[in-house]
Design a protein. Sequence first.
Length: 334
Amino acid sequence: MSAFWEDFVWLAAAVGSNPLLIQGPGGNVSLKDGDDMWVKASGRRLCEALDRNIFARLSRRAVLEALDRGEEVFCVDGGGARPSVETPLHALIPQRIVLHLHMLDAVIRSGLPEGGLAALLDGLSWRLLPYARPGLPLSSLVRKSLEEGGQADVHILENHGVVVAAEDGERAIFLVNELIRRLWLAQRPFALPDATSLRARNDAGWGIPVQAYPHALAFGEGAAALLAGGPLWPDQNVFLGRKICVLGPKERLRAALEAFEQDCGFMPVFAVVPEGGVLFSPKIGASAAATVSALGQAALRLPGGCAPRPLSEAALDELDNWDGEKSRKTLDGA
């Protein structure tokens, strides 16, 4: 199995290094060999797969039995790693390799009124699943899909991403490339931020990120549509919260932060200066920064600046009260 394992680990690192497929510690992959199943450990990053062991080893049978009992918390493996909260999903799908990707184009298209997925994915073995909280609710939807429709190569998850299943790495790469090609949204050009304006507003000692994509949230119709709505996918809510701090005309950062905390009940880790750029809190973590960058990329890819459907308030409440995401934030240092 060594060559197969090496190909799998390379594939995990490859998808984890593509910010249009994975952001920060998000997403997860798995490999089955008989009853043995290796799944990404919670809080670990796929992009590190070639540098260290990021996987937990489990019994697939034991995971399915726990799922039948309605159990969501899985014990750490012998190496001390806690399996991903999506472990039941990976155990349910029969194919040997399963990739759960937070593909931005799929997230955007699945939330558009006219996403056109049927025409775009014609000829592939695929299904569309409505949004469900990660963990047991999503696993239950996948189980129902498999029981009613049989095996599928691709599941599109509304406001979440995609699940790709294959028997080998070559097939998995083919399917991922097909999704990239078919769901691709053209990115509009964007300029450098107005650093002079940002410095003039920044009376709280925050930083101006040198990365380009976060600043895209300050310019254009796509950015305005995202800033006006709620979180599009679970990790946005987990790492950034429900609301985005947007400075008003000529408003300085300190006053905006005080008003935001009073209204929303938490201190943001970034703020948007319309037509200027973005400011980062000194306390922003790597996962939050990666999520801001993904939002900027999403803003540049929204067709015609239209607003995709955000997660509902009920879905956000469920995420906020879910121990699985609280644990992941702790493991990630968020």
